[in-house]
Design a protein around this ligand. Sequence first.
Ligand SMILES: [Zn+2]
Length: 189
Amino acid sequence: MKSISEPHNKSNEQQHDDMSKFNILTYPDIFLSQPTQPLDNIDGKVQEMIDKMALTMYDAPGIGLAAIQVGWDKSVLIYDISPRDESRSLQVLINPKVITQEGEILSENEGCLSVPDFRADVKRAASITVEGHDRDGNPMKIDAEGILAIVLQHEIDHLNGTLFIERISSLKRQMYKRRVKKKLSAGSK
Ligand SMILES: [Zn+2]
């Protein structure tokens, strides 16, 4: 998920294009609409993937990223909702399951790293309880509300192959899809 507010200017420091980051898949990549598989073995390779996901998310910048967005079809998501001026606090959730969800809030101006240049209001549950595992395989239970509840719902949607544009009015969705189509056909000429 994208940051709530975009930074005013990106650092002048040009990020050198190395292998430390993933490319983020964007709509209409069909991979993004595929449900992911549970992760059943947390090994060193998985830790490497998570570290690389984290670099990718912070660089974007985003506050959440699901494995499927970088082409990894496993049930893994990361997020960090700590304010910009505070130190980073990377959270990893593996095989998350929503146990309960209650109420309704409007997630204003939601954005997604896989849906560039588009934001929309999305109805979300106001509070959710999620169970899963951390990156060491320890069981976790999270009671979330507010921005954390929104980020978790957004990222868990990704793991189920759902983009946030599937949760907005069909009119707005069609508008966005037309725009992407136009852009793609312009680019292929
Ligand atoms: Zn997203």
